[in-house]
Design a binder for this molecule. Sequence first.
Ligand SMILES: C[S@@+](CC[C@H](N)C(=O)[O-])C[C@H]1O[C@@H](n2cnc3c(N)ncnc32)[C@H](O)[C@@H]1O
Length: 413
Amino acid sequence: MAPGSRTSETLTAEDARRQLVEQLRSQGWITRPEVAAAFTAVPRHLFAPAGTSIETAYANDVVVTRRGADGKATSSISAPWLQAYMVETAGLRPGARVLEIGSGGCNAALIAEVVGPAGAVVSVDIDVQVVTHAQRALARAGYPQVKVVHADGVHGHPADGLWDAVLVTVEASDLPPAWTDQLSPAGRLVAPLRMRGNTRCLTLQPAGDHLVATASVQCGFVAMQGHGRNPARQVPLRGDDAVLTLDDDTTTANAEALRAALDGPRVEVPSPVTLDMSMGTYLESLHLWLASQPRPYGVLRVDRDRTAGLLDPQDRFFCPTLLTNDSLAYLTMRRHDTTTWQFGGHGFGPQATRLTSDLMELIAAWDQQYRAGAGPDITVHPAGTRLPDTERLRLLVPRRHTLTAITWPETNR
Ligand SMILES: C[S@@+](CC[C@H](N)C(=O)[O-])C[C@H]1O[C@@H](n2cnc3c(N)ncnc32)[C@H](O)[C@@H]1O
């Protein structure tokens, strides 16, 4: 038995691992036997802070391991479903050489299990305390072969040749050239990329001078530090209780005017569009669709308890919000009947009526065209690339090193 595995009379670490694997399998996050075997083998609790219960260590949720002076998480053990997703989508096989950006040890151990003794795993972290912790926990858990390096991950790890996969486990607003330069031609880069405030874990494969996303899932990660640090602009609307994130250079907002708008009346408009909550990833698709519109856009985050009645957005962390300089309209969703929810919009400010009406039109268009699951094509190009014109709706996300294009398919409906 791994050290420290029996912490409760009722649940051993082995039991907890078995339950977690069953859960991840039934939810579809684990499909491959090698990945199930890795999750069954890795003693996740040994990577958690001292005193973490077995229940917490093996819950299908993130475990925060380190916080900055402001109390925000700077390091964590990623949620098991996301670790499983990344390992699966990276297509890791025995013998693969894998570079992980952002360490902690647990995910590196899972990767080491999958790639086996013929493979190689290097994990890079910018925080020396994370590196030390990861090295100790990996040795204790039985993975001394994993190399943990203290460095800024934007440079990758050029010393050890090309990688079959680069897994980035920290939120990036850009993809530095090192990650693609150090990838083998058939390799995969799996990275959580922030695009207009929406973070998607993209599975990217090289295609000539650019990368093509072959899979994508909504996710959240701690923010990148070091040279790649690029926080989005935060506009507090009610102190920390309601904050608007603006993540592109074209959206400007008059913070004073937006704050004043919230003192005025709220325009409430219901949409005829409803959603069956069993319908998987549709909200994810609606969020990206709204973000892709060629108009000022932000993402609203609220403290539900402290802003209830004033701001009741569909998503308390990432709510799509249309903007003008002095007005805003965000997405809402309320219970329609026992299984369905109804969309709508709340608007504030002089342009509230127009913005909420625009929002309803966009929801209707999405409902007509994309709720069946037709997601956008996402491609990542070198910065400065001139893409051919297209009739299709396309959001371009220009960053220092890359230009990401989110292009929606034409539909015949
Ligand atoms: C979510 S944690 C990584 C989770 C981990 N891979 C696991 O085992 O589940 C993100 C890590 O990225 C690190 N980080 C942030 N910026 C970085 C950078 N520029 N280079 C390398 N690591 C960075 C943080 O210190 C933190 O430990």
